[in-house]
Design a protein around this ligand. Structure first.
Ligand code: NAP
Length: 263
């Protein structure tokens, strides 16, 4: 299937590692040009060089923290200076700290709101006028299975990703007639550095091995294994493509069957 991504310009946020990087690699393999960001410039530039070499496409890396509106503005300006347009926006950020309601003070809520919600609002605000003017756009938000089934101990993630989902569902209706789709993609437990870090933290906390900590998750997954980032990226690339032109307002999981409800 030709996804119709050749020559499109995609801004993928938080993309030096993990899910964001896998999405960037898949879009580049389909012929898209990329603008990627992450906070750590060294790792980001290494990722950009690797993707450039593998795909032969143009890849711009801009060190930026998506939780900071000024960084988002600078990122989008750099993208427009390089490519003149942004056709595809993939929003993403690092995960917020784990914890229960009583473990998070006002400052923790504020930081998580900037990281997970304001980042999506500001990135979207910056790209939308150009997409409307061209009558074509794809906005894809990386959220989590937690928006359909809250995950214990991840109070900030459960709450703020739900806010992103409500915003995206509403925006999808507002911009559909302008040729812009807005969708959310929901990772389940996927093998990235973040998940390895969570397994190692759980192991230390509970005096168990990392393998035992990981097994607790895999036992909840009908496929009995973690997902691979490239399995997630395949759906992401499709939702960003020309071929997904009649799909908007959706929240689709890539979770090996972890979500058990009828949705
Ligand atoms: P990861 O492997 O830790 O990668 C995170 C990437 O985001 C890195 O490139 C990191 O680079 C960048 N980043 C982090 N904070 C950023 C910020 N404020 N501004 C710009 N870039 C930032 O994480 P992942 O597993 O791919 O997870 C990505 C998102 O999906 C997270 O929000 C996570 O909570 C969510 N999620 C993941 C899973 C899973 O199983 N992997 C499941 C559900 C939800 P720098 O550190 O250099 O900035």
């Amino acid at each position: 299937m030709d996804l119709g991504l050749t020559g499109k310009v995609a801004l993928v946020a938080a993309a030096s590692k993990g899910l964001g990087r896998a999405v960037a690699e898949e879009l580049a393999a389909e012929g898209a040009h990329l603008v990627l960001c992450a906070r750590t410039d060294d790792t980001l530039q290494q990722t950009c060089a690797a993707i450039r070499e593998a795909s032969g496409g143009r890849v711009l890396g801009v060190a930026a923290d998506v939780a900071k509106p000024a960084d988002v503005a600078r990122l989008v300006q750099a993208a427009l200076a390089e490519f003149g347009r942004i056709d595809i926006l993939v929003t993403n950020a690092g995960g917020p700290p784990a914890g229960t309601f009583e473990q998070h003070d006002a400052a923790a809520w504020e930081a998580a709101t900037h990281l997970l919600l304001t980042s999506v609002v500001e990135l979207t605000r910056a790209v939308l006028p150009g997409m409307k003017a061209r009558g074509w756009g794809r906005i894809l938000n990386i959220t989590s299975i937690a928006v359909k089934q809250p995950v214990g101990g991840l109070l900030l993630s459960n709450s703020l990703r739900a806010a992103v989902t409500g915003m995206a569902r509403t925006l999808a209706n507002e911009v559909a007639a302008a040729g812009i789709t807005v969708n959310n993609i929901l990772p389940g437990y996927t093998r990235t550095e973040r998940v390895e870090h969570l397994a190692s933290a759980a192991a230390t906390r509970e005096g168990i091995s990392e393998a035992e900590a990981t097994a607790r998750w895999t036992n909840e997954i009908p496929m009995r294994r973690l997902g691979e980032p490239r399995e997630f990226a395949a759906l992401a690339a499709f939702l960003c493509s020309e071929r997904a032109s009649y799909i908007t307002g959706t929240s689709t999981a890539v979770d090996g069957g972890w979500l058990k409800g009828l949705y």
